[in-house]
Write a protein that binds this ligand. Structure first.
Ligand code: HEC
Ligand code: HEC
Ligand code: HEC
Ligand code: HEC
Ligand code: HEC
Ligand code: HEC
Length: 381
């Protein structure tokens, strides 16, 4: 059957119309969300944040942020790709919230440090609400849930599951980068994911449950009153400790609701003066908690070269406290676990304040595993 010229035109006409409709759908589909968000953006009152308006304390937040570790530590270029970008770059974090974990081969072209738009989305929301508002699942399946602190926990957590990470290993392959990864604070607060020893039980100190908004309460609360304000501590510096008028100063503002009289010690490197419940490091004096915890860490590695991890054969750490690379032999489960737990407590950075009970239990069990006869009668329960 032959097709007449008229029929051909008709078919072409219908096909053409279809193409036009599909094209229109594609164009409208592609543009609609954009124009929606653009409309929403254009309807914002820019002057609330970009003017002398005091609707939001933008300039003060920026002053603190500018000296914070988020702005200054500078690892976003180095810690890019193979998943590092999710916590270390603004771009990788925001993309992961939208699309889940990145392709293992992907990296961010021109990364930036975590910044205002990492934690907030002011051009979309018109305010400074937080991008993360739900419990965080830690890598061992446990969860961290503490209001505004969930945002911090999205990045400040252990990168693996200790029961899988801690295994005997060829000494030559045992890297100085081995460990829970620098920022295990959420796991520490939740009291989980250190290497836990068989037959021991573990528990938490009061801060795990008592502190509403957790990280944000202790790290961001500002002192009240005329002399209180400094960008060096609290708020967007995220720092507890900073130099204020030439002096190392601890911010007690976030503690005072619960510890009315807390202050700082007179040491060159000051610690909070709240005493520990016992002489945990067994040096004959009940000292502030952070000093006791430093004492326990010193039993593992210290500057005199007498720490237990400096005395194993061959030593894990050199006499000056730096890593000792070894070319042959095997590191046992016990040795690997001890290094893991040492770093877990050291790199948490709070020297017991985040979760005194769990930190001391872990250190006691680690020390006892390397030193038979270590007096464990003061292990908290
Ligand atoms: C709720 C607060 C808020 C509102 C409202 C707001 N912005 Fe912003 N905007 C910010 C913040 C915060 C920054 C980043 C400032 C910084 O880096 O210190 C920013 C940055 C910018 C920048 C610099 C872009 C960049 O990449 O650094 C421009 C341009 C801008 N805003 C335009 C606007 C315009 C136009 C409007 C109104 C249509 C608007 N903003 C409304 C908070 C706001
Ligand atoms: C789950 C989030 C997360 C991931 C993924 C992550 N990091 Fe980090 N990293 C952090 C946090 C948080 C800190 C800061 C911790 C602190 O100072 O308490 C940090 C700190 C660091 C530091 C500074 C260490 C120091 O001692 O100053 C380096 C270097 C680093 N990370 C490299 C990497 C690399 C490389 C990767 C990928 C292989 C990576 N990170 C993946 C969260 C992460
Ligand atoms: C690491 C995450 C993080 C970064 C980066 C960050 N913020 Fe915030 N911001 C917070 C948290 C958490 C709060 C809530 C503090 C509270 O409730 O005490 C907050 C609160 C604020 C507020 C007060 C909001 C209100 O309603 O009173 C402003 C303003 C603000 N941030 C601006 C900024 C600006 C500007 C930047 C960049 C210069 C920035 N933030 C970077 C986490 C962050
Ligand atoms: C997007 C991931 C991310 C979020 C969210 C985040 N951080 Fe961080 N934080 C980091 C990284 C990464 C570093 C280290 C930066 C570097 O090495 O370049 C860091 C550094 C810090 C430091 C400085 C540590 C040091 O060694 O000097 C503090 C304190 C800190 N963060 C506290 C917080 C608090 C409190 C919150 C929640 C309000 C928070 N962070 C939210 C990723 C994050
Ligand atoms: C009960 C109060 C409290 C809570 C809750 C808390 N912190 Fe801390 N944090 C501290 C104290 C105190 C230090 C030690 C500060 C010092 O001595 O420099 C510290 C240290 C740190 C450090 C190391 C800072 C540095 O300069 O090396 C980071 C990072 C940190 N905390 C992040 C967090 C995160 C993330 C959370 C929530 C998951 C959190 N903190 C919850 C009190 C708290
Ligand atoms: C929401 C209440 C709350 C806040 C905020 C709070 N704490 Fe606590 N803290 C407690 C409670 C409850 C205990 C257990 C009872 C006690 O020892 O006073 C405790 C115990 C402690 C201990 C002793 C831990 C031990 O087991 O030996 C220290 C040290 C401590 N807090 C320091 C701090 C510091 C430093 C801050 C601020 C950066 C702070 N706390 C913020 C409620 C809080």
């Amino acid at each position: 059957m032959s097709i007449s010229g008229k029929q051909t035109l008709l078919v072409l006409g219908i096909a053409g119309a279809l193409v036009a409709v599909i094209a229109a759908i594609i164009i409208v589909g592609a543009c609609a969300p954009k124009s929606d968000s653009l409309t929403a953006f254009m309807s914002l009152d820019c002057t609330q944040c970009h003017s002398g308006s005091d609707a939001f304390p933008v300039k003060g937040a920026r002053a603190g942020y500018a000296i914070s570790g988020h702005a200054t530590l500078g690892n976003s270029f180095y810690s890019n790709g193979i998943g590092c970008q999710v916590c270390h770059t603004h771009e990788g974090f925001v993309a992961s919230l939208k699309n889940g974990p990145p392709d293992p081969k992907a990296f961010v072209d021109t990364p930036s440090q975590p910044g205002c738009f990492t934690c907030h989305d002011p051009h979309a929301t018109g305010d400074f609400s937080l991008r993360v508002n739900a419990a965080i699942k830690l890598e061992n399946g446990k969860s961290f849930d503490a209001g505004k602190g969930d945002l911090c926990a999205a990045c400040h957590r252990v990168r693996g599951d200790a029961t899988k990470t801690v295994q005997p290993i060829d000494a030559a392959k045992f890297s100085p980068n081995f460990g829970p990864h620098h920022g295990p604070q959420a796991d520490m607060l939740a009291g989980t994911n250190a290497f836990e020893y068989q037959g021991k039980s573990y528990s938490n100190a009061a801060h795990t449950a008592a502190v509403k908004d957790s990280c944000v309460t202790c790290h961001m609360t500002l002192p009240e009153g005329r002399y209180g304000l400094t960008p060096a501590i609290g708020s967007h510096s995220f720092n507890i400790k900073g130099v204020v008028h030439g002096h190392e100063t601890l911010n007690t503002a976030g503690c005072q609701a619960c510890h009315t009289n807390i202050g700082q010690s007179k040491d060159e490197e000051p610690v909070f003066d709240k005493l520990a419940e016992a002489d945990y490091d067994q040096d004959g004096a009940v000292e502030p908690l952070q000093t006791e915890v430093r004492g326990l860490l010193d039993m593992l590695v210290n500057k005199k070269g007498t720490g237990l991890l400096q005395k194993v054969s061959p030593p894990m750490y050199k006499p000056d406290g730096s890593w000792n690379p070894v070319r042959s032999g095997t590191r046992s489960l016990k040795e690997v676990a001890a290094v893991y737990n040492y770093k877990y407590v050291l790199e948490d950075g709070s020297f017991g304040v985040h979760n005194a009970t769990y930190a001391i239990q872990i250190l006691y069990d680690t020390i006892a595993s390397l030193k038979p006869g270590f007096d464990v009668s003061k292990r908290p329960d």
